[in-house]
Design a protein around this ligand. Structure first.
Ligand code: NAD
Length: 338
């Protein structure tokens, strides 16, 4: 297929296949030139191949460089390890980027928010180094490295440059964790010297949480170690209306990137054609920006804004009673009438 960009497509589990179908149809209507290279990961593959993430899927993503993914199920407690964690580790997707922007028509106490959360994805308390010191004392090790801090802060500044943003806020708790968060902060100060046109601001994480609730408009790009980033990215999604509309991307070296919604596979809604496809569709918007298909990306965003703004054909979480496919159809109609 000449002119088309090949992208790995992982439909996922639960609601994944239906929202992925909705998103790919919307992107196609918007004129995206993409050839989908479909590969399965998650529960279904576990049953078939004994692993939720076969090596050939990883190879395929490395080859295509970009993947578009639906959410996958991870069993709580026992069972297999999270496909998402494995993907991030094996492909060294060190940056999780979660833009949180207001869409008119979504119920929220805030308007005109435009924050991008850049979360370190591989270190910190998520390194998986845990042990029992005695039967009654457990320890988890927080790992922060200069290399890990440098690449995530540089990524945040490069992102700010690319998207004409003015300020990067480094979020930390270096007043208490003087060595680990201290190293993150010291590295942020060092890296910021290479970007004199972008302001570096520093915030202690608890103050950051309060400020985001009280004065979210003051913030632009946030860069955080893994745990604070995990929490603050959901907080920011909450500011603009919740996970149903929150897109996300996991990025690594050399443009390697996996785009997916921030929410999970919501198994109880499987096959009901009920959930909101917006987070998946907006993940497609981010993917199109990443691969340089700017016009198609813009049309996807405008279609979503139009349908949500009108508020007539939207899913239950947005106050309507349309189904997944019906809302996607309305977005396609909106794009086709532009
Ligand atoms: P979830 O996000 O799947 O669902 C929580 C609740 O949020 C749902 O019950 C539903 O009420 C609501 N919700 C989620 N997506 C929605 C949508 N698009 N539209 C409307 N409402 C929506 O979280 P969970 O129940 O904690 O996790 C379910 C499974 O998803 C678990 O196996 C978990 O490991 C997995 N998960 C996967 C990813 C991923 O693949 N990236 C991310 C998070 C969770």
């Amino acid at each position: 297929m000449a002119g088309k960009r090949k992208v790995t497509l992982i439909p996922g589990d639960g609601i994944g296949p239906s929202i992925v179908e909705a998103a790919t149809a919307v992107m196609e209507a918007a004129g995206a030139l993409v050839e989908w290279d479909v590969h399965e990961a998650g529960e279904k593959v576990m049953e078939k191949f004994g692993t939720p993430l076969p090596e050939e899927v990883l190879e395929n993503i490395r080859e295509n460089v970009v993947a578009f993914k639906g959410p996958v199920t991870t069993p709580v407690g026992g069972g297999f390890r999270s496909v998402n964690v494995e993907l991030r580790k094996k492909l060294e997707l060190f940056a999780c980027v979660r833009p949180a922007f207001s869409i008119e028509g979504v119920r929220s106490p805030y308007k005109d928010i435009d924050i991008v959360v850049v979360r370190e994805n591989l270190e910190d308390l998520y390194s998986g180094i845990e042990h029992m010191v005695t039967p009654d004392v457990a320890e988890s090790i927080k790992v922060i490295t200069r290399k890990g801090s440098e690449r995530i802060v540089r990524f945040a500044f490069e992102y700010a440059l690319k998207f004409s943003r003015k300020k990067v806020t480094a979020v930390h708790k270096a007043n208490i964790m003087k060595l680990s968060d201290g190293l993150f902060l010291e590295t942020a100060r060092e890296v910021s010297k290479d970007y004199p046109e972008i302001e570096l601001e520093e915030r202690i994480v608890d103050n950051m949480a309060m400020q985001l609730v009280q004065k979210p408009h003051l913030y632009d790009v946030l860069v955080l170690p893994n745990l604070y980033g995990d929490i603050m990215s959901d907080l920011c999604a909450g500011l603009v209306g919740g996970l149903g509309i929150a897109p996300s991307s996991n990025m690594g070296y050399d443009e390697l990137a996996v785009f997916e919604p921030a929410h999970g596979s919501a198994p109880k809604y499987t096959g009901l054609d009920k959930v909101n496809p917006t987070a998946q569709i907006l993940s497609g918007y981010l993917m199109l920006l990443h691969i340089g298909q700017y016009d198609a990306a813009e049309r996807v965003l405008e279609g979503v804004k139009k349908v949500i703004g009108e508020g007539k054909v939207v899913t239950y979480d947005l106050g309507g009673n349309a189904g997944t496919s019906e809302m996607a159809r309305a977005i396609i109609d909106a794009i086709e009438s532009m």
